[in-house]
Design a protein around this ligand. Sequence first.
Ligand code: SAM
Length: 248
Amino acid sequence: KLSQRLLTIAHQVPAGSKVADIGSDHALLPTYLVQSGKVHYAVAGEVNKGPYEAAKKQVEDARLEQMIAVRQGDGLSVLEAGEVDTITIAGMGGSLIVSILSALPEKLKGVQTLVLQPNVAEDQVRQWLRDNGWFLTDEHILEEDKKIYEVLTAVKKDHADTHNANLYDESRELPCGLRLTPEQVISFGPYLIRKADAVFMSKWEHELDKLNRIQGTVEQSKLESSKKKAEELAAQIQGIGEVLACLR
Ligand code: SAM
C-alpha cells in the first residue's frame, strides 16, 4: 500500500501525462501511477545502484517494463528532451531538488507540471519556482509517522492560468490583517498559509520551539558573530510568533 505522502503526490500528477520520477528509489510512485491507470508511460530515474536495482526489480515483478523505463543516472540526465510532460521529485532536501532542476534546463523543455516534495528547505524550492517561470498551483501539507511533509505542485507559466500570477502578492495580507514580507510568503507557502490547517499550525509551532532552543544556545556564546545570529533569530522568532498568533 502506498504511503499517504506518495498518494498525495500521485493525486497531483495529471491523468494521462507522461511522468518522470527522479530519485525513484523502489519506483513505488510510477508503479502505482501506471497500475491505477492514471498514466501509461513513466520513467523512474535513480542515481544510486542499490535503489536503481530495487526499482528495476519492482517494475519487472509487476511486469510493467513496457510502460516504465527504469534508468540509472544523475537527476534529469536520464531523460530525452521532450520525453515527459510531468516530473516528480520527492523525499529529498529542497536544495538537492533545486540543484537537480537547475543542472539541465534543456531537459525541462516541454515539461508542464512539477510535483515536488522537499523534506526540508521548502522555501528554496518555492524561490526556485518563482525565479524560473513556474507558478505554484497547489500546496498540500500532511503528517505521517510523526513527520510533516509538504507537496508543491507547479505549472510552467505558458500553461498556467494567469490567476496564479499574483499569488505571492495576494497572499501577503492575512485575513487577520497582518502583512507578510515576501520572504515569509515563500517560507510559509501561499496556499498553505491561507488554509492554515492543524498540521500547518503544528509544523510552525515546532519550528518556533526549535528556533527558541537554538536562540538559547546562541545567547550563551560570547562570540561577536553570535550577536548577529541572535538578532536574526530574534527577528525570525518574532515574525513567526506574530503570524501564528494572528492565525490562531
Ligand atoms: N522518491 C522516493 C520517495 O519519495 O519515497 C524515494 C526518496 S529517497 C529518500 C531519495 C532517493 O533519491 C534515493 O534513492 C537516492 O538514491 C535518490 N537520489 C539522490 N540524489 C539523486 C540524483 N541527483 N539523481 C537521481 N536520484 C537521486
